[in-house]
Design a protein around this ligand. Structure first.
Ligand code: ZN
Length: 207
């Protein structure tokens, strides 16, 4: 699932135990393949609109040993795939976050940034992939990095990438419908910032 060399590495991590979305039955290998295809399409559009030739790698459910080798790499983001917001890995005390909705949320934990998306009510898988891309924007641009200032508004509907003037609307806009269009500004922001290092939280990865 790579487009040449892997400048961008996205690790999807399914929830643990009862929160495992695969327990829902409809979140199958087929859904993962559809998400991979849709993410590839979006990264292809980023390259086209931004005039770049970034390569990517998408992986699901790495083993603990693989994660230890890979999670620190440049260009890496982890997206936790959870059943519903009630399975969130983000403590309620966390304040630096995307606000979030029934689609996904990104927050800075004490050891790094954590992005999550919710399967329930957000299928089919191509829609879920668009939601994953939106959370990746938070991961790479405002919550996990400071490219776009997330404190520019106290209203979460207008803060950070949600501000159309800053994030470029389209896939950055909220609420996350799952079917926003990638805009030229979305693409140029992501092309510049998908390949940097944003420290990812590992507390729900290791062990
Ligand atoms: Zn958002």
């Amino acid at each position: 699932m790579a487009g040449g060399s892997s400048d961008i590495r996205i690790y999807f991590q399914c929830g643990k135990g009862f929160a495992d979305p695969r327990g829902l039955g409809y979140f199958s290998v087929k859904s993962m393949e559809t998400m991979n295809d849709t993410m590839a399409k979006l990264f292809g559009e980023v390259n086209k609109l931004a005039g770049t030739s970034l390569g990517w790698m998408l992986a699901w459910d790495l083993t603990a040993a693989e994660r230890k080798l890979n999670w620190m790499d440049k260009g890496t983001s982890v997206v936790h795939v959870l059943r519903s917001p009630s399975n969130s890995l983000i403590p309620s005390s966390i304040t630096k976050s995307s606000g979030g909705d029934a689609a996904g949320r990104t927050a800075t934990l004490d050891d790094g940034v954590l992005s999550e998306i919710y399967v329930e009510n957000n299928m089919p898988a191509d829609k879920l992939a668009h939601i994953a891309f939106h959370e990746l924007m938070h991961n790479r641009l405002d919550v996990g990095a400071t490219v776009v200032p997330i404190n520019n508004s106290s209203d979460p509907m207008k803060a950070g990438i949600h501000d159309i003037a800053l994030g470029g609307g389209g896939l950055a806009a909220t609420p996350t419908t799952g079917y926003g269009q990638l805009t030229a500004k979305n693409a140029s922001l992501m092309a510049k910032n998908l390949v940097t290092t944003v420290k990812q939280s590992t507390k729900h990865l290791l062990g």
